[in-house]
Design a protein around this ligand. Sequence first.
Ligand SMILES: [Zn+2]
Ligand SMILES: [Zn+2]
Length: 252
Amino acid sequence: MLSPFKADLHIHTVLSPCGDLEMSPTAIVDRALARGLDMIAISDHNTTRQVKVAQRVGKARGLFVLGGVEVTSQEEAHCLCFFETDDQLDQMQAFLDAHLPPIPNDEDRFGYQLIVDENEEIVGEEPYHLLNAIDVDIDGLYDEVHRIGGLFVPAHINKGTTSLTSQLGFVPPDLRADGLEINRFTTRDEMVKKFAYLKRFNFITDSDAHFIDNVGDVYNVIHMEHRSFAEFAKALRGEDGRWIDTMAFRQK
Ligand SMILES: [Zn+2]
Ligand SMILES: [Zn+2]
């Protein structure tokens, strides 16, 4: 039997230079629960190093936390990548470490890149600036994410910067992806009306929160059996009757 689960699948932590200092995994999980979400994904820029803490906190408090990362491809297009296991996250992290340019972060200019634990204590930081593009293009990134066993979803494709449309001028008709993300400023219908070939994809829509008040501002309702990576993957691909409602946030 399918049940509806509210899911905001694009949230930054304090580890993203642009993420507010209040964005600890614990604060994000608490806020998500307070807003009635069943599921979130942590998707920092070019790093997965805050995911496992968020998953531990979520597990203890009853929130399903999907492991993710928002990778900046060589074309400077943001792409969400989601993973199921710790081992997959470690493989993705090794890939990112090998392909992010080793340019130190300028904290005064871009902000801190802090790793914090469950108690909001600082336990580390990312030395290299996380907003830079990796030296792998969209196709190469898709291949690597799939080799690891993850899901590949180009982010906020309707956005005027750092998206497929802003960087390439359009979504390539032969794009390989598991789904597409839009932000709150458009709808799937609007996108498909403009670009009919996008019909073959299912969409998600998320808050892209960088500040605690924005967690859950936008969310999906995912109709699936239970909260898991495998069920989410089926919903994204429209398998076995699972589906994703991206219009729910508009009904508030
Ligand atoms: Zn982005
Ligand atoms: Zn983002």
